[in-house]
Design a protein around this ligand. Structure first.
Ligand code: FAQ
Length: 325
């Protein structure tokens, strides 16, 4: 619905301005908040950056679930730091979206009432400690694959936010892989947990890159505007090529019997995710969609007194300043 709104509003721009804008993009210039931009470009960025910010925030929930149950003090401290980083990423991204003329409150409302999405991956449950390894290794791994190119995206505030986010995501990916290494090389029961986590997270991680190119609604225009630097399938392929040798190193089996190295293309052939499951999760029917949105709605309601208190405090300070002048 929100996407349709973007498309219908994208058409009313002056052709000369549009051509000059495209020339700037083609020359590799960064677009900054006060520059002229087509309405469709602005709305597409709000959609993508907003969805990305929401993903970072909702993405705290599956891992937050394990902070109190981490197997050692050290693991607890590391996981806590990682989850805090995700909150920080959400805030940089909301900040970047705000430069496009939308407020954080508006974005939050659109998340809470279902008008905006967050990444499908966070609608899957984290059932065992090995899932913390799989999330860091695969989910952060997929996020990095998608986000490293976004450091060169055409919109300045988004590109700059990505630089710091990518540095932190790479620490996240390593901590996940380290958990997997310990589990995979541990007792037989631990190895089985690691394999089970890989079995459950493999396809949901592949879905993070979005629908296949032939079904991707936004890719062509977003790539023309350099909002996206690669297609969904290109990044998915790179992720598979990078991750399969890591699974082999761990002694784990990727849950795809048709996975095979293709010498000619210099990459793996693999089975595509079940796209009907992907669309079902997007429609709100994944295993945890309802739980995740309930948690975010509860947090928003529980935080009302903090927001009201801060607004009242700011109003008092303003009044005191006016009185002193
Ligand atoms: N989940 O035409 P396309 C992270 C929607 S960060 C849900 O191909 P587009 C860090 C799409 O919105 C993870 N919806 O769309 C972390 C569109 O629907 P709409 C988030 C999806 O935008 C780790 C429709 O399908 N990263 O995980 C998904 O060109 C661990 C058609 O698709 C980003 O957001 C999906 N997976 O390409 C945090 C990166 N895929 O809006 C905590 C930036 C597609 O028309 C713990 N975003 N859809 O109603 C992007 O690169 C792009 O937006 C894509 C989708 C590639 C996700």
């Amino acid at each position: 619905m929100y996407a349709q709104m973007i498309k219908s509003e994208a058409t009313g721009d002056d052709p000369e301005k549009l051509a000059a804008f495209q020339a700037r993009i083609d020359a590799g210039e960064k677009i900054e908040p006060k520059d002229w931009m087509p309405e469709g470009y602005r709305k597409t960025l709000i959609r993508q950056i907003g969805q990305h910010a929401h993903s970072e925030i909702v993405g705290q929930l599956p891992e937050g679930n394990w902070i109190t149950r981490a197997p050692s003090l050290e693991r607890k401290a590391i996981l806590l730091a990682k989850v805090q980083d995700e909150a920080g990423h959400g805030l940089y991204l909301y900040g970047a979206a705000e430069t496009l003329g939308v407020s954080r409150d508006e974005l939050t409302e659109m998340l809470l009432d279902g008008r905006m999405k967050y990444s499908s991956i966070f609608n899957y449950p984290t059932l065992t400690w090995a899932d913390m390894g799989a999330v860091g290794w695969l989910v952060d791994g997929a996020a990095i694959m998608n986000q490293v190119p976004l450091q060169r995206t055409s919109y300045g505030p988004y590109a700059r936010a990505m630089v710091r986010i990518c540095k932190e995501e790479s620490f996240h990916q390593r901590q996940g892989f380290h958990i997997m290494m310990q589990m995979a090389k541990g007792t037989e029961a631990q190895r089985r947990m690691a394999q089970d986590a890989l079995d459950r997270f493999w396809y949901p991680s592949l879905m993070m890159f979005g629908p296949s190119d032939k079904d991707s609604v936004h890719s062509a225009q977003s790539m023309k505007w350099r909002i996206k630097m690669n297609t969904n399938d290109e990044l998915r392929q790179k992720f598979v090529d990078q991750t399969v040798p890591q699974a082999e190193y761990l002694g784990l089996t990727v849950p795809d019997p048709d996975l095979a190295w293709n010498e000619e293309k210099g990459g793996y052939d693999f089975t595509e995710p079940d796209w009907s499951e992907f669309h079902d999760v997007l429609r709100g029917n994944g295993p945890c969609n309802r739980e995740r949105l309930e948690a975010r709605n509860r947090a928003w309601d529980d935080g009302a007194w903090v927001r009201e208190g801060m607004m009242a405090h700011a109003a008092k300070r303003r009044a005191a300043k006016v009185a002193a002048e």
